[in-house]
Design a protein around this ligand. Structure first.
Ligand code: AQP
Length: 348
């Protein structure tokens, strides 16, 4: 069966499997759109099966209001659908609805080593100065992520730069499990798919910080829920320097804010940063920023409108999520049953 002929990822037996997720932890921004959503859709078009989950179990590693979590989950699912994921071809599901994620995460907690987790920079960043007050879940977050990926024996994982280290840990866990239990090749070595001009979209206020949901300044990011005027105003006020754009990428080496805006333009226009620099060489930000704002509004407005429409029809989103959970479980459950057998857990 060719990749393109695989009607349902749940019954697919070919070599490629793509998997990724986004946390149900708040409003999505342009970094999530360019670094994740847009690329999931592009990968779906390659014909390979795509599993995309809403990471609600990861979201609760920091406090989430229980009254809001289910709606946040629906909102991420709405973003998946609005950015072009087709539930007939891709499996869209809430992580917590497939029990095998928690089962495999426990086994992997016993495979991963403390020293490996101690090296994870995201935990250090997210726990801040008071790591003893962080949840244990935040610390073992990358172990659950390894379970998410390996449960589906995913071969490709599209993520932003920030997730590269976690993917390396996933590969280490897969290799150690296979060696410890004498099952060579049982879990594959998944490849992070990190390419394109916008794998690390930076804050609009600080070219050295990642655009992030948790940045206290709303001016630092473009939210998928922002209207056209807000997007244009945020880009107009984005921090830059006084120089015109150079005629080659080398000229942006010491200009992080300018480099970020060029990368965003390239990703939105589906072109390269080189082509953008060539197009705007010698022009100032007075010309570049309005062009970028027009492009951002043109790309995001249909996504935002469709997300709003879907959020007004939660029953439709729930149907997609329930169907996705069932199809995901049909792939994940046999894998976790096999893991239990390999580990030697009791069976009647
Ligand atoms: N700035 C970014 N540029 C490119 N990709 C990004 N991603 C996140 N920020 C950027 C990618 O989006 C996917 C989902 O991310 P997530 O929801 O799991 O959480 P995150 O990476 O923790 O996102 P935030 O916005 O940075 O949240 P906070 O502020 O809570 O830490 C991932 O593929 C990620 O790489």
């Amino acid at each position: 069966m060719s990749d393109a002929a695989s009607a349902d990822p749940a019954v697919y037996a070919g070599p490629r499997r793509i998997l990724s997720g986004i946390q149900a932890s708040g409003a999505l921004h342009l970094g999530n759109y360019l670094g994740a959503l847009k690329r999931f859709t592009a990968l779906q078009e390659t014909g390979a099966p795509v599993f995309v989950f809403v990471a609600d179990m990861h979201a609760i590693t920091v406090w989430q209001d229980p009254q809001k979590l289910a709606d946040q989950t629906r909102e991420i699912a709405a973003a998946y659908l609005a950015s072009g994921l087709d539930p007939a071809r891709s499996i869209i599901f809430p992580q917590s609805a497939v029990r095998a994620h928690a089962d495999l995460a426990w086994v992997f907690n016993c495979v991963a080593r403390l020293g490996w987790l101690d090296r994870m920079t995201q935990f250090k960043e997210k726990s801040g100065k008071h790591k003893e007050r962080a949840s244990v879940g935040l610390y073992t977050y990358p172990v659950l992520q390894a379970a998410d990926i390996l449960l589906y024996k995913a071969t490709e994982v599209p993520v932003g730069e920030d997730q590269k280290q976690h993917l390396e840990l996933t590969r280490d866990i897969a290799a150690k499990f296979n060696t410890d239990f004498g099952v060579p090749g049982f879990f594959p070595q998944p490849e992070p798919v990190i390419h394109g001009p916008a794998t690390r979209v930076m804050s609009l206020r600080d070219g050295s910080a990642k655009m992030s949901k948790s940045d206290p300044s709303d001016q630092s990011r473009i939210n998928l829920t922002d209207d056209a005027d807000t997007i244009a105003a945020k880009i107009r006020k984005a921090r830059t320097d006084a120089e015109p754009l150079p005629d080659s990428l080398d000229g942006l080496a010491e200009r992080p804010e300018a480099r970020n805006l060029v990368a965003i333009y390239a990703a939105l226009a589906n072109t390269s940063r080189e082509a953008v620099v060539e197009q705007f060489a010698g022009q100032g930000f007075g010309a570049f920023k309005p062009a970028l704002a027009d492009l951002a509004v043109e790309a995001l407005a249909p996504v935002t409108a469709e997300m709003r429409r879907l959020m007004n029809d939660p029953a439709e989103i729930d149907r997609v999520l329930a169907d996705g959970a069932e199809r995901a479980a049909s792939v994940a459950d046999p894998v976790v049953e096999e893991v239990k057998r390999i580990v030697g857990f009791w069976r009647a």
